[in-house]
Design a protein around this ligand. Structure first.
Ligand code: ZN
Ligand code: ZN
Length: 339
C-alpha cells in the first residue's frame, strides 16, 4: 500500500509499505480521511534518526475516519462499517484502563506516533478504539471531531461557555478555529485574535464576530471597548505562545474563565498571585476529546455544530508533499488527506 514516510527535516515521500492484516481484535481500515494536526509537524521537523521519535519509522496521522476492510476476531465491528478512530490505545488491563482513563495508561500507545497512522491507504487499529459513525455524518466530519473540534471542546464544556458570554480566542490556527466554531455553537459572541490576516479571514468565515490583530498598538483597547471595559468573560488560548498566555490572563474579566488548549512547549513563568489568584480566575486545560463523549458530539453536530467549517483544504495521498508544505506555513485551517 502507499503511505507517507517522514524523512526528517521537513522532507517526506510516498512509499510502498506492507498492507497490514487483521489479527485478533485488531482490524484493518481503509482510510477515507486523515486530518493533519499541529502535533504531526513534530514528525515533519524532527531528524529521521531521532531516537526519541522512534527514528520516524511510523506512518504519521492520528485523526482518522474510514471503512472496516478486514476483521479477524473482532466482535463489535464488521466489514463495511463506517468508523472514526480514537488514537490513544491503553493496555486494557491496568487500573487506569479499567477506569476508562486510557490516556493515563503507563503502556499507552498512540496511532500516528509510534504505531502506523492514517496517512496511508490502510491502517490497523483495535476494534475498541473505533466509533461507528452514522450515515448522516461525513467522513470529513468524523476525522475532524477528535482534535479539530474536541481539543477546545473539553475546555469550553468545563468552562460552561454559553449564550451571554463574550469569548476571546487567542490564536486562530486549526485548533483556534475549532474553539470559535464550538463557542458560536453554544451562542457566545467571539473575538478572534491572531497576528496573521489570512487566519483572521478564516476565523470570520467560521463565525467570529470581531477580528483583532494583537500586533496593533491599540489591540487590547479594542477588546476592552467590545466588552464595555470589563474584558471577555472567557479567553481560550490556542496559540501555544507565552505572550498570548499572559495576554489571556490579563484581558479576561475579573472572575473570568481561561481555557488552555495551545500546547506550550517550554516551561512558562506565570505569576500565580497576580495573574490568577488576585483575579479570581477559573482555568481549564484540554488536550482532546474523550472516547465516551463521541455520541454527545454527534448530537451537537446534528443540532447545527458545523464541524466542516474549520476545513480549508483537502488533498489526495499523492498530493501529500504539497499538503505538508502548505500546512507547515500556518495559514490553513484544518487540512485533510483523503487517499
Ligand atoms: Zn491531532
Ligand atoms: Zn493500561
Amino acid at each position: 500500500m502507499r503511505a507517507v514516510k517522514m524523512l526528517g527535516a521537513k522532507k517526506m515521500e510516498l512509499r510502498e509499505f506492507p498492507r497490514p492484516n487483521a489479527k485478533g481484535d485488531w482490524v484493518v481500515l481503509k482510510v477515507e480521511c486523515c486530518a493533519m494536526c499541529g502535533s504531526d509537524l513534530n514528525c515533519f521537523y524532527r531528524p529521521s534518526n531521532d531516537k526519541a521519535f522512534n527514528n520516524n519509522r511510523f506512518i504519521p496521522g492520528h485523526e482518522i475516519s474510514g471503512i472496516v476492510e478486514e476483521v479477524d476476531k473482532a466482535e463489535r465491528v464488521k466489514v463495511g462499517d463506517r468508523v472514526s478512530v480514537y488514537p490513544f490505545i491503553g493496555c486494557d488491563s491496568c487500573f487506569a484502563c479499567k477506569h476508562g482513563l486510557w490516556r493515563d495508561c503507563k503502556d499507552m500507545q498512540v496511532i500516528g506516533f509510534g504505531l502506523h497512522g492514517g496517512h496511508a491507504e490502510y491502517v490497523l487499529v483495535p476494534e475498541r478504539n473505533l466509533h461507528k459513525i452514522p450515515d448522516d455524518i461525513t467522513f470529513e466530519t468524523a476525522a475532524l471531531v477528535w482534535d479539530g473540534i474536541g481539543a477546545s471542546y473539553g475546555a469550553i464544556k468545563r468552562l460552561n461557555v454559553k449564550g451571554p458570554d463574550i469569548v476571546a480566542v487567542l490564536g486562530c490556527g486549526p485548533i483556534g478555529l475549532g474553539a470559535i466554531n464550538n463557542s458560536k455553537f453554544f451562542g457566545a459572541r467571539v473575538i478572534a485574535v491572531d497576528p496573521l490576516g489570512d487566519r483572521l479571514d478564516t476565523a470570520k468565515m467560521v463565525g467570529a464576530d470581531h477580528l483583532v490583530n494583537p500586533t496593533d498598538a491599540n489591540a487590547e483597547r479594542e477588546i476592552m471597548s467590545i466588552t464595555a471595559g470589563f474584558g471577555p468573560d472567557v479567553c481560550i488560548e490556542c496559540s501555544g505562545r507565552e505572550p498570548a498566555l499572559h495576554q489571556a490572563l490579563r484581558i479576561v474579566r475579573h472572575g473570568g474563565r481561561v481555557g488552555l488548549v495551545g500546547e506550550l512547549g517550554e516551561v512558562q513563568k506565570v505569576n500565580f498571585s497576580d495573574e490568577i489568584i488576585h483575579r479570581d480566575l477559573t482555568l481549564a486545560g484540554s488536550l482532546c476529546y474523550d472516547f465516551d463523549k463521541m455520541d454527545e458530539l454527534i448530537g451537537h453536530i446534528r443540532k447545527g455544530l458545523r464541524v466542516e467549517k474549520i476545513l480549508t483544504h483537502t488533498f489526495t495521498l499523492e498530493e501529500s508533499e504539497k499538503a505538508w508544505d502548505l500546512f507547515d506555513r500556518g495559514k490553513t485551517g484544518k487540512v485533510i488527506i483523503a487517499p
